[in-house]
Design a protein around this ligand. Structure first.
Ligand SMILES: C[S@@+](CC[C@H](N)C(=O)[O-])C[C@H]1O[C@@H](n2cnc3c(N)ncnc32)[C@H](O)[C@@H]1O
Length: 274
């Protein structure tokens, strides 16, 4: 899994500011849900280029600390480059299901679009709860339903239609593996958290054009980038045509841009109190 994400780390580095801008209001809601304030010690899991953790660093200020972690070393290298100038931020390479930290080290743990890739999401939540101080907050962001995120769903649909099978295959964890409020809620509760809440936040995606959208999305979606790179150019071209014609249907024009609907879920809970 980490090889796949290592391969797309350059695409994530090139698009990191775009992703952070796209998700800025939802990321603020994530930090609110985790209860992050000045002076807090924060861990970001599956941080990729670390956009959510860097936003948290601004909140915790110089008296706090933030660890940006991911199991893909190339992603962590991107995060480390982006964290230059933030003395309160450090980086670490580890899997979200085996956190390299002592118990009860953090006031808050956050994860933006990472928990859905865990083989055992409730086990990963349990592990995050282990490193939280008594009453500390965990907040996770996951993509809402595929139908409400056509900017990504359409590309996956176009690949699936090309080969006549669902993509990603049903047994593979993918971006929409935790796309339902009740599911996110039950994963957090099963992971041992109390005071569990899940909210939906709109995240419309802007692009200069449908063509610009098509060029950007495969650079970011790990499984998709791997699949597209392995295809013959004429097959990729057919998928591009199918995706772009479907995209024209669901996007709307706004000034000189096109806008796609988008929606995330933000789930949060508290570690048990001693
Ligand atoms: C969709 S990207 C999100 C990146 C970042 N959180 C953001 O929102 O900009 C998913 C990230 O999860 C990481 N990841 C996937 N499985 C992981 C695991 N088991 N442990 C830690 N990180 C993981 C990938 O390496 C990748 O950086």
């Amino acid at each position: 899994m980490s090889d796949m994400w290592n391969n797309v780390a350059p695409g994530w580095e090139a698009n990191a500011d775009f992703v952070d801008e796209h998700l800025a209001p939802a990321t603020d809601a994530l930090l609110d849900a985790a209860g992050i304030g000045e002076g807090d010690a924060v861990l970001e899991l599956a941080a990729g280029p670390g956009g959510a953790g860097l936003r948290a660093a601004q909140r915790v200020g110089p008296s706090g600390s933030v660890v940006l972690s991911d199991d893909a070393p190339e992603m962590v290298a991107v995060a480390a480059r982006r964290a230059l100038g933030y003395p309160q931020v450090s980086t670490a390479v580890f899997d979200q299901s085996r956190i390299l930290a002592e118990d009860a080290q953090f006031d808050a743990v956050i994860s933006r679009h990472g928990l859905m890739f865990a083989e055992d999401p409730a086990g990963a939540v349990k592990e995050a709860a282990r490193v939280l101080r008594s009453g500390g907050g965990l907040a996770v962001m996951t993509w809402g339903p595929r139908s409400m995120n056509p900017w990504l769903g359409l590309v996956l649909d176009a690949v699936g239609e090309q080969f006549g099978v669902p993509f990603p295959p049903p047994h593979v964890r993918g971006p929409f593996s935790l796309d339902d409020s009740a599911l996110v809620s039950s994963v957090l509760e099963e992971g041992g958290l109390g005071d569990v809440h899940v909210e939906a936040v709109e995240t419309p995606m802007h692009a200069a054009s449908v063509q610009a959208w098509w060029e950007r999305v495969p650079q970011l979606a790990g499984p998709l980038a791997t699949a597209l790179a392995a295809m013959e150019p004429d097959v990729r071209e057919q998928i591009a045509r199918r995706a772009q014609s479907a995209a024209a249907e669901v996007s709307r024009e706004e000034g000189d841009q096109v806008v796609f609907p988008g929606s995330v879920l933000i789930g949060s809970g508290r570690a048990p109190r001693d």
